[in-house]
Design a protein around this ligand. Sequence first.
Ligand SMILES: NC(=O)c1ccc[n+]([C@@H]2O[C@H](COP(=O)([O-])OP(=O)(O)OC[C@H]3O[C@@H](n4cnc5c(N)ncnc54)[C@H](O)[C@@H]3O)[C@@H](O)[C@H]2O)c1
Length: 267
Amino acid sequence: MSNNILEGKRGIIFGALDNKSIAWKVAEHAHAEGATFVLTNAPIALRMGTINELAEKTGSKVIPADATSMDDLKALYEGAMKELDGKIDFVLHSIGMSVNVRKGRAYYEQNYDWTMKGYDVSAMSFHKTMQAAWELDAINEWGSVVGLSYIAAQRVFHTYNDMADNKAVLESIARSFGYHYGLRNKVRVNTISQSPTDTTAGSGVDGFDGFYRFANDCADYCISLFSDYTRKVTMQNLFHDGGFSFTGMSETAMDTYLKVLEEEKKG
Ligand SMILES: NC(=O)c1ccc[n+]([C@@H]2O[C@H](COP(=O)([O-])OP(=O)(O)OC[C@H]3O[C@@H](n4cnc5c(N)ncnc54)[C@H](O)[C@@H]3O)[C@@H](O)[C@H]2O)c1
């Protein structure tokens, strides 16, 4: 599926670690839709991952940036505008990490230094990504910024731990910055609340590894939000989950539950 709906658009894509990453799929789809873009990731991730393969495939330059560093972010926007020969039309923020989750600390026994680190990487970096662009006036009118969230921002999924709080802040930042950026430059800001997807970040959360690979579908949705077809959609948290967030109980879940009850009755 390719209709060149991003032809002439310039972007920055954060977060492609390997070919399972949601950002990796977004880069492939954006390339197929005619966009040009710069790929970026934290320096350490660039050493560990396989981003050069993606850069070659999509004809993109890679510019390292730790998304918690304003200096790195400003250098990134400056480098990207130079490389792409103009201001930026779309930004994908596809970044998340919790040290507490990684190290197996439960929600009620957090190490707060780790909590703050995860908060900076997963939530505040979204604000920094936009404030750096704002200060450099780096995003074109009708530009689009997208961050990736998860339904644990609204409902409890206990294994998601402190990332639930980070996602709640991420979604709030989309609303607040979306208001200001819309007023100044007609730039829209949204979060996509993605259903569990089999990626490196996803595999760190218990119960996520059994899910199918939804990264390509998520990438399609990102492309629509970067395109001119969604210019008035802003300050939203948009669920991309096949209706899960608004389903009380599915037939399959009910059948499974009834079977368990029957088994229990049998003893
Ligand atoms: N996989 C899922 O099930 C799922 C579901 C909902 C939302 N999400 C969100 O999607 C986004 C992308 O995750 P993914 O599943 O593709 O996993 P991923 O591990 O491939 O991507 C996470 C990325 O964050 C980058 N990152 C970490 N620290 C950074 C820093 N300081 N500066 C710059 N980049 C940094 C990593 O290098 C990596 O590329 C995350 O925000 C995640 O929370 C994922």
